[in-house]
Design a protein around this ligand. Structure first.
Ligand SMILES: [Fe+2]
Length: 230
């Protein structure tokens, strides 16, 4: 009697092997290449920065970073896990949740290091190990909705430079308004915007329908005024 070959799809769901290639937001340590292939947009994932990074205005850049799958899974994960805070920032509080509270900080730090910081370093000539070794980030998901927090007054981030990633498209209004530059950056669907803090005060324009989700990172040198290598 010859052995019977059974295809995985012929088995009941509970008997199927868990495919080792299943990629989720938190499997980045297991198979980085597969993770990048699922969640990072082509172009940026190959390191073709000069092909995909566009300049919106002086020192405001944007580029396609995350795939639809990343954005949808992050929103779902956030809404399931988040304990939204409204008073984390003293002066311009957003309705937000830290990535560290979502268990995603280390994952996003890797993304920043590989795909985002290089854009800043390239455009602003941030050369040397100290720009890498001293850089920290405060990253969080913020939520704007018409019936909750709709907008945010003009302010400067506590950062050297910031990234904002738009996670969805099903809303009206919104966007990051830079009054000095007269530019509205309204990244959607995984687009990432980069700008320096001090010269680029900005605010969140009102979201008038739906919910706008953005992923924000304040990136700063942790030891700017204390590190003295002699
Ligand atoms: Fe801001």
């Amino acid at each position: 009697m010859s052995p019977v070959s059974v295809q995985q799809e012929q088995l009941p769901q509970e008997c199927r092997e868990v495919a080792p290639s299943v990629v989720t937001l938190d499997t980045w340590r297991d198979n980085w290449d597969a993770w990048v292939n699922k969640y990072i947009q082509p172009g940026i994932r190959e390191g073709y920065f000069d092909l995909v990074v566009e300049q919106l205005h002086d020192d405001i850049y944007h580029f396609p970073l995350f795939t639809y799958e990343f954005c949808a899974e992050l929103i779902e994960h956030t809404e399931q896990k988040a304990n939204w805070t409204k008073d984390r920032h003293q002066f311009y509080p957003t309705n937000d949740v830290l990535l560290s509270d979502l268990g995603l900080q280390q994952m996003y730090r890797r993304v920043l290091e590989v795909f985002c910081h290089p854009v800043a370093r390239m455009h602003w000539k941030l050369e040397g190990d100290r720009w890498m070794n001293t850089m920290v980030d405060e990253s969080f998901v913020a939520r704007y909705k018409a019936e909750e927090q709709q907008s945010l007054a003009v302010h400067s981030d506590f950062s050297d430079y910031s990234f904002t990633v738009g996670l969805n498209t099903d809303f009206e209004g919104g966007g990051t308004w830079f009054p000095r530059q007269q530019i509205l950056a309204n990244p959607r669907g995984g687009y990432c915007t980069l700008f320096p803090s001090m010269t680029h005060p900005h605010g969140g324009r009102p979201t008038i329908r739906g919910t706008r989700y953005i992923l924000v990172s304040f990136c700063r040198r942790a030891n700017l005024y204390t590190d003295n290598p002699g």
